[in-house]
Design a protein around this ligand. Sequence first.
Ligand code: HEM
Length: 367
Amino acid sequence: MASRSSSSGLAAFNVVALLVLCGCGWPATTEAHTQFGAYNKTCPQAEEIVFREMTAILAKSPDLAGPLLRLFSVDCFVGGCEGSILLNSTANNTAEKDSPLNKGLRGFDVVDSIKAKLEVACPGVVSCSDVLALAARDSVRLTKGPYIPITTGREDGNRSSAADVASNTPKPGATVTDLIALFARFNLTAKDLAVLSGAHTIGKAHCSAFSPRLYNFSNNASSDPTLDANYKATLRGQCKAGDIATLVDLDPSSGTIFDLGYYRDVAASRGLLSTDAALLLDADTRAYVLRQANATATDDFFADFAASFYNMSKIGAITHHKGEIRRQCSVVNPPSASSSATLTTIAAHALLLAISLFTVFALALAL
Ligand code: HEM
């Protein structure tokens, strides 16, 4: 009996040893997983490098916090948080970034420069989608918002099509019902919508994004009657009719500080975008806006924002070698780089398998 149980214990040990040593792992789950500190072993300084670079970049150009935060959200909503927004168009393909809906996006060169630093420190290890996620969360932190712990280990996708953008992006003039429905498709709630819209406490919008509210509203009204009259006059001063290029603060009271200013603006009919103002037209989102507009401290909003940002950061992440670690964020890896990486992985697995078999035989002989 004793010998049978010890030999079955040994067999179980061997199977475990084999699985662990060969790197085959446990049976794969169907769900993709990212994890906290995914680079702790492979590039321990990764998150610190991103934070250091973002600190230097925003010290020089504080206005870049908004673009980086927005880039990440736009990436996540179209095909998941897999870096597809960073890819350039090619001769045969118009990429997401060249969709007319994305023409206002900024900050691509910041991502490229951070990625270049990471490639020097840990070549081929940190994905572009993680660089984007980390840069976005650091944008929040560096504008005096909350520190948001996020998981990493996303891989980069290789599909980016402008044709995917319209159906996954909030349209200009979308109603709050449209926005809630869009968020629901990504498992995000009406609360997530109200909370993540709070990102508009930093950053800017082009006049084109809201000028219909000033000059060309509807058949019955030349301008949006729900927009505060003084604010409307100020905006008309900043954006003359036909101006599509000028950038205007989304939160005029404190456009570079992550605070409650956005909710105070929206509650006072000074939400810049019609989709900001629309939050007042649903009972749940309205209640959230009014609660934060009247709050005396940022604690609740910050905790909510960290939670909703985390939910957003999980959308459609690619893991388990289903994607790649792009060397350059704007182009997919050349086929040779991917196949040599695959060969290296196969060779490493073969070596580990040989070591584990040797260990199993050595243990069996010793017993
Ligand atoms: C509710 C859905 C949303 C709509 C309809 C929306 C719409 C817009 C629009 C139209 C702009 C101005 C773009 C331009 O003119 O260049 C903008 C800017 C911005 N959005 Fe959103 N957005 C939404 C959700 C989000 C989310 C979820 C985030 C991040 C968590 C975000 C962060 C930003 C930031 C930071 C800017 C400023 C960008 C800059 O300074 O260049 N937005 N958004």
